[in-house]
Design a protein around this ligand. Structure first.
Ligand code: AHR
Length: 512
């Protein structure tokens, strides 16, 4: 029966009848569940992410718990963030955890050499981060220091966090006010070890990984999910070397970092001032995530055909020039309708690779790079990217559905990309969710979808769209871009017919 359906589906895909693109969606018992951890986030000691983002002054008039501002906590709880990565990034490989425990006034200060040479006062450390995770109801993902830290330092940090018996680290934790271990699971062994994390070769890092990971112990009730510092974008040799040299049972995941740039690392391009060529190039580069995930996964498949090791894309997003007049080391950028389309398309790619991609972390949560939230004093705004995560949360822990579809092209000059991308899932109550992104800056697109093995009666949805790809939310107009009810979907027989506005992210819910 399934074979018959597949043949039928491939016969109808890519037909464009009466201006409608054909699509088919089928349920398949063998499809993976989309891990909620694909919807993870990243908070580094960088610019105004921790300090002034999550952690404010003790004289702040904002509602807060200790120095954690609660308006951002509430906003992030709404989108159900499943995990939060900390303390870096590059900062992680110069962070010494013992400097961030105990009485705050006695904690040593240090220079944050990567990010503006500012003084780090260590007031936000292990206890504060784990308190934040508990308020957010999210799982911590801690990146340990391989670049400038010792094996003993990492070993003791894990003991401090996760051991419940009698030990020096347990005693120290208790003296600092915490009796029960936190039982942290996600554990990064270094970050970008090919660059800011130590300028290592792939071979050298693979050996170091084995050594450090050996001493990151699994304490009773607290098994670690160890994640090896992986490749930067197209460095396939890095993944190959790790997979070859590290026994599979020593790693839960291997990471991958990829940032979307409109220009290059010397001139990345503005977050708000770009024309259609710049917009198109950014979209083209964003879609390369699919190629990257496919090719790194293919390498992993050769060593790990049963897919026990996860691909963890623990840094992704658009990286632009900083906002004029802001500290270049703080990476503060605005967030436009273009960013919403990047978020929607990238999350579709991750969903569609849910068999291997089990975790991902957008960089970074507040005031840095492709942020969910921007703050200015006591004000806070939700970016277009935030709203995409809000709509897409329905995919968390839902079963991936098969989508057969060939998109119409979006062409600029002699270049073209698929205008539309999509992913679909079915949750445990039987509801189907379909997320569609129309990147075309000029045309709406109508799609007729046949759904096989899926029982549905009604379709409702929400849309995020705006007139211009450069549109942004500002502190003066914080709601220019926000989700609205979507009226462009209807049921015709058993077909779903959807008209996607130009520049739009649409998430539909089909109820049985
Ligand atoms: O997210 C900003 C930086 O980008 C991180 O610190 C580093 O890991 C990457 O190069």
């Amino acid at each position: 029966m399934k074979v018959w359906y597949s043949l039928l589906c491939s016969a109808v895909i890519s037909l464009n009848v009466f201006g409608q693109t054909k699509m088919s969606i089928t349920a398949d018992n063998a499809s993976p569940v989309i891990s909620k951890h694909i919807y993870g986030h990243f908070s580094e000691h960088l610019g105004r992410c921790i300090y002034d983002g999550f952690w404010v002054s003790d004289t702040s008039t904002l509602p807060r718990k200790d120095r954690i501002r609660l308006d951002v906590v509430e906003a992030l709880k709404k989108i159900q963030i499943p995990n939060l990565r900390w303390p870096g990034g590059c900062f992680g490989d110069e962070y010494h955890w013992r400097d961030g425990i105990g009485k705050r006034e006695a904690r040593p200060k240090m220079i944050n050499t990567h990010w503006g040479n500012v003084t780090e006062d260590n007031s936000f450390g292990t206890h504060e981060f784990l308190e934040l995770c508990s308020l957010l109801n999210t799982e911590p993902y801690i990146a340990g220091n391989v670049g400038s830290g010792t094996v003993e330092e990492m070993n003791k940090w894990v003991e401090y966090l996760n051991f419940d018996g009698l030990s020096p680290m347990t005693e120290l934790r208790k003296q600092n006010g915490r009796t029960a271990p936190w039982k942290v699971q996600f554990w990064g062994v270094g970050n970008e070890s090919w660059g800011c994390g130590g300028s290592m070769t792939a071979d050298y890092y693979a050996d170091q990984y084995r050594r450090y990971a050996t001493f990151c112990k699994n304490y009773p009730g607290a098994p670690l999910k160890k994640i090896a510092a992986g490749a930067s974008d197209f460095d396939y040799n890095w993944t190959e070397t790790l997979m070859k040299k590290v026994p599979l049972n020593m790693m839960w995941g291997v990471s991958l970092h990829y940032y979307t740039l409109m220009g290059n690392w010397n001139k990345k391009g503005s977050a708000t001032q770009f024309d259609e060529n710049g917009y198109f190039t950014t979209m083209q580069k964003c879609l390369r995530m699919d190629e990257l995930v496919t090719r790194h996964s293919t390498i992993m498949d050769r060593y790990d055909p049963t897919k026990r090791v996860a691909l963890v894309v623990d840094e992704w997003g658009v990286w632009t020039d900083v906002e004029p007049g802001t500290n270049p080391g703080f990476l503060y950028q605005q967030n436009s309708m273009r960013d919403a389309l990047i978020a929607g398309a990238t999350l579709n790619i991750f969903n569609n690779h849910a068999d291997r991609v089990k975790m991902a972390n957008l960089a970074q949560t507040i005031n840095v790079l492709q942020a969910l939230i921007l703050t200015k004093g006591n004000q806070m705004l939700l970016t277009p990217t935030y709203h995409v995560f809000d709509l897409y949360k329905v995919h968390q822990e839902a079963k991936l559905l098969n989508v057969n579809f060939t998109s119409p092209d979006y062409a600029v000059g002699d270049q073209k990309i698929p205008a539309v991308n999509v992913s679909a899932s079915q949750d445990s109550t039987g509801k189907v969710h379909i997320s569609l992104v129309n990147m075309d800056a000029n045309k709406s697109i109508t799609i007729r979808t046949s759904l096989y093995d899926i029982n549905w009666k009604t379709a409702e949805g929400q849309v995020i769209t705006s007139n211009k790809f450069t549109d942004i939310n500002t502190f003066e107009k914080p709601d220019l871009i926000r989700p609205a009810a979507f009226n462009g979907a209807k049921k015709e027989g058993n077909d779903l017919v959807v008209t996607l506005p130009r520049l739009s992210v649409v998430v539909l819910e089909l109820k049985p």
